[in-house]
Design a protein around this ligand. Structure first.
Ligand code: X8Z
Ligand code: ZN
Length: 649
């Protein structure tokens, strides 16, 4: 009996060891496969770096000098690289990367498993690229006529149109400029935009997404991202409504009740910016305490003979003071920091470029000497700083932790620069008064830049999600756009609009195919970053009212700089909550930073608006931008219900 049992045990043991040997064999196979995957990834990443370098060089050549020759070359390069990428992608997909143990290797494979627009058949890809190039060129070449000299019709967006909106207080001039710009840069692109949507959605499907909206949102690696964005909006909306009501009163007093009503949306052409996305240019005649702190940085910059170069040197100095990187020599050699006056057409909208060779980084910006451009210079240099910090990561990780992070870096720096404390240090402001009224003036100015931007930043892509998802079709392109502009921003077009107009394309990012939710996210998280850096610098303690978050300047503080650097260095090698945690200890986007910053303004506005009996919010616009037919169609197809989710109504 005993012997039998022993025999059976031996047999079982033998069987088990066969399995163990087999399992070990399999494990070895997997390890071998994973090792070969690692080797493959190393060479793929290097090849992709070279391809990106080539493509970026061609794109730069085209965007900095729009000619037929440069366009053809850029198109051909794009198509060639798409074919190359497609071949490599097929090879990439032969690896069983889902089963890899090495999480980092898996992440790289996962990123390379999304082929992007190169997935399109060549003819469709060509149609997509051409549609985008056409829109970009239309935008870059669009001009309007001078109001006082209607024979002069060569005014481009930068600097002319921007300046008209920054300076003019003539409602009729503003209206004419607004209409002409929307005709030249908007309506002209409707056909190309329609084609672009069609081709781009094809590409999305080939990459396994339902549409481009889903693809864009996937960049945030957060399953309930749309809910989170809506929650953030519900936190800041009450503050926005206070600013809106306060500004509407001042505009009504200035332009009269016929132009600005007491309870309606604000006409979009009166807010100091052609897209009404920031309102700081109307600060001078709306500020809470006219005799208190006056921060007219533009004036001081001009008086002190600042140049474009000095803007960039000043910005670089701030980064260096934090122990962050200075700009490499090539940056100074190859950047374009002023609009060339040789009559060429170029894309003037400011941008920062990584050429993926670890040494070539450039900015292209048509700088004017204004406080807005002073801020934009810091913004753009923030992108370069990020590029420099993650340049030793694999190519596939040379991206922001998410697109919003990339937009936030320079803005965080600019939050310190904009403090009265720092402006005084720079000699751009005479005093740094610390009384409550001066602080309200300063917060108000910042509110016109930061809070006012939020609904605009939010709605532009809610609009495009609708387009990509097919709930907004070419028949309703403009009507739906204004429906969102009214619902989120409480603004209305200066006159009747129809579907012959296509106002979204009058905004650069729509014409240039740049996702926009990144800016909304940036405008929230930059205050989280700012708060953390200020705490590290000992410049701010939550709950201690003796130091204001809005007067914290981290200049020269290396503890704050090092913490920022530790986050930037990661690139996109880790999911964004990991990166955020490195700097802030938080793992989620959170409006408490921005609300803390603006709390004194919020309290003051509530009192002020109550005192003058302002109506908070807005009644429906009386300007016609949808037909009756469009409105009833919207009712039937659930437009309002979809909107309510974003608005948290
Ligand atoms: O486009 C930009 C930057 C380039 S990434 C100049 N911004 C947005 C815009 O101009 O609409 C910065 C703020 C928002
Ligand atoms: Zn940017």
């Amino acid at each position: 009996m005993m012997l039998k049992i022993l025999g059976e045990l031996a047999l079982l043991g033998a069987i088990a060891s066969v399995f163990i040997v087999a399992a070990q064999g399999r494990a070895q196979e997997r390890a071998a496969e994973e090792n070969s995957g690692r080797e493959y990834m190393r060479s793929l990443d290097e090849i992709m770096g070279k391809a990106k370098n080539k493509l970026t060089l061609a794109a730069w050549a085209y965007e900095s000098n729009i000619t037929k020759y440069n366009e053809d070359k850029y198109l051909q390069t794009s198509l060639d690289i798409a074919e190359e990428e497609k071949e490599y992608w097929k090879e990439t997909m032969t690896y069983l990367w889902h089963e890899f143990y090495d999480e980092d290797l898996k992440r790289m494979f996962k990123k390379y498993s999304v082929l992007g627009t190169s997935a399109l058949p060549e003819d469709l890809n060509q149609r997509l690229i051409q549609a985008i190039n056409n829109m970009k060129a239309t935008y870059a070449k669009a001009t309007i006529c001078d109001f006082k000299d209607p024979s002069k019709c060569d005014l481009t967006i930068e600097p002319s149109v921007t300046n008209i909106f920054a300076k003019s207080q003539d409602a009729e001039e503003l209206k004419q400029a607004w209409l002409q710009w929307h005709e030249a840069a908007g309506a002209a692109s409707k056909g190309n935009f329609t084609e672009y949507v069609e081709m781009y959605n094809e590409a999305a499907k080939l990459n396994g997404f339902d549409n481009v909206a889903q693809w864009w949102l996937s960049e945030y690696e957060t399953s309930d991202i749309e809910d989170q964005l809506a929650n953030l909006w519900s936190r800041v909306k009450p503050l926005y409504e206070q600013i809106h009501a306060y500004v509407r009163r001042h505009l009504r007093e200035k332009y009269g009740e016929d132009v600005v009503s007491a309870k309606g949306p604000i006409p979009a052409h009166l807010l100091g910016n052609i897209w009404a996305q920031t309102w700081n240019n109307i600060e001078q005649f709306t500020k809470p305490f006219p005799n208190k702190l006056d921060i007219d940085v533009t004036d001081a910059l001009v008086k002190q003979n600042y140049t474009a170069l000095k803007f960039f040197q000043t910005a670089e100095d701030f980064f260096k003071s934090l122990n962050l990187s200075g700009m490499p020599d090539l940056f100074w050699d190859r950047s374009i920091i002023e609009k060339p006056d040789d009559g060429r057409d170029m894309v003037c909208h400011a941008s920062a470029w990584d050429f993926f060779d670890r040494e070539d980084f450039r900015i292209k910006q048509c700088t004017s000497i204004t406080s807005d451009f002073f801020t934009t210079t810091h913004h753009e240099m923030g992108h370069i700083q990020y590029y420099l910090q993650y340049k030793d990561q694999p190519v596939v990780y040379r991206q922001g932790a998410n697109p919003g992070f990339h937009e936030a870096v320079g803005d965080v720096i600019a939050l310190s620069v904009a403090t009265p404390k720092h402006l005084k240090l720079m000699g751009l402001l005479e005093d740094d008064p610390e009384d409550k009224e001066s602080n309200i003036n300063q917060l108000y100015k910042m509110g016109l830049q930061k809070i006012v931007f939020l609904p605009f930043g939010y709605l532009l892509d809610i609009y495009r999600y609708g387009v990509f998802r097919g709930t907004t079709t070419p028949n309703d392109y403009n009507c739906h756009f204004w429906q969102l502009r009214e619902s989120f921003q409480g603004i209305e077009p200066p006159t009747t609009r129809t579907e012959n107009d296509f106002d979204p394309a009058a905004k650069y990012h729509v014409s240039a195919d740049v996702e926009y939710m990144r800016y909304y996210i940036s405008y929230i998280i930059q205050f989280q970053f700012h708060r953390s850096m200020c705490q590290l610098a000992g410049e701010y303690t939550p709950g201690d009212s003796s130091k204001l978050l809005s007067n914290c300047d981290v200049y020269n503080n290396t503890a704050a700089g090092n913490a920022l650097q530790n986050m930037l260095k990661l690139g996109s090698s880790k999911p964004w909550p990991d990166a955020m945690e490195v700097l802030t200890g938080q793992r989620n986007m959170d409006a408490s930073g921005v609300m803390e910053y603006f709390q004194p303004l919020y309290d003051w506005l509530k009192e002020e608006n109550a005192r003058t009996g302002e109506y908070i919010g807005w009644e429906p616009s009386t300007v016609q931008y949808c037909t009756q037919e469009q409105r009833s169609f919207m009712d039937q197809t659930g437009f309002k219900e979809r909107l309510a989710k974003y608005l948290k109504n």
